[in-house]
Write a new protein. Structure first.
Length: 299
């Protein structure tokens, strides 16, 4: 997935036709068609339906559009920042959820170190609420977090990717024998909270009207400790799927037949008054590209 492919996609959406998009981008119509086809092949989806009176976005196209616009916008911001102010430099103090640090951000850190050696990164894993508050008060320059899409006072945020959640249990847990689960099955089971303070726990418990008095709750800050506790049969846990993909593949954990009614996303946030910082701009642009490539490689 390349930026020029995303630009072709968003321009077709804006102009309403492949021909007009080609004229807008000063290229040929077959070039636009080729870029859209390559993007569809990379993502494994169809983005447009060809109709007698024009084109129509598919549901996959509708979902891609805001991400495509973010990537294009951030890439342009990074290019302008570098052109106007020179190579990004200085220290960035970054907050992140542990699951993102361990399972999403290491390729980004490697990319930043190679591409922008004058930017010194300092990454700290804490829960999302503390991270975002620390960004607001200036203790952190920016933060990666998992949460719902909503306005956040004093912050600029961008969505990097959807973050699927999965309910897991150990292979010998009684709920693994069920073909389907009712809400009572979930709320009456021991809940293991990985990354205590993660916002998706609050969304999960609110969606079920969860009452801590109905079943024990084991709170753990470590994702690895939570996975071991679940695997040993101590309880069930709602976790980002990316953190348990290996354990699900080899049978150490089992996916339970239940899905949350809400959606969360991996996002990046920074203070509004820090938007012109070239290092922040470069990190945002790199994060959008690296995470989108990572997601595409897993689909």
């Amino acid at each position: 997935m390349e930026t020029r492919q995303l630009l072709a996609f968003t321009t077709v959406v804006q102009t309403g036709s492949f021909t007009k998009a080609a004229a807008t981008l000063n290229c040929s119509q077959p070039t636009i068609t080729t870029r859209i086809k390559a993007l569809e092949e990379a993502l494994g989806v169809v983005l447009f339906r060809r109709l007698p009176r024009g084109i129509q976005m598919t549901s996959a196209g509708v979902e891609l559009l805001p991400f495509a616009r973010n990537i294009i916008n951030l890439t342009e911001k990074a290019r302008k920042a570098i052109t106007m102010n020179g190579e990004p430099h200085g220290k960035l103090v970054i907050g992140s959820a542990q699951s993102l640090t361990d399972y999403r951000l290491l390729p980004l850190i490697e990319y930043m170190c190679w591409r922008y050696p004058s930017v010194q990164l300092s990454l700290h894993s804490r829960n999302a609420l503390n991270n975002l508050n620390s960004v607001r008060d200036g203790q952190l320059d920016c933060a990666f977090f998992i949460g719902a899409i909503e306005p956040r006072e004093g912050l600029e945020t961008t969505v990097l990717c959807p973050e699927p959640l999965v309910m897991v249990a150990g292979p010998n847990h009684m709920l693994t024998q069920r073909q389907s689960l009712a809400e009572d099955d979930i709320t009456s089971s021991t809940l293991i909270r990985a990354e205590n303070g993660a916002s998706y726990h609050e969304l999960f418990e609110h969606s079920l009207g969860y009452d801590d008095t109905r079943a024990p709750v084991l709170e753990l800050d470590s994702v690895d400790a939570a996975k071991r506790a679940v695997a040993s049969g101590l309880g069930i846990a709602l976790m980002p799927e990316v953190t348990v993909s290996s354990e699900l593949a080899d049978g150490r954990l089992v996916r339970l037949p239940w899905s949350p009614t809400f959606r969360v996303y991996t996002q990046f946030g920074w203070r509004q008054d820090n938007s012109t910082n070239p290092a922040v701009t470069a990190l945002v642009s790199a994060a959008a590209q690296v995470v989108s490539d990572q997601v595409a490689s897993l689909t």
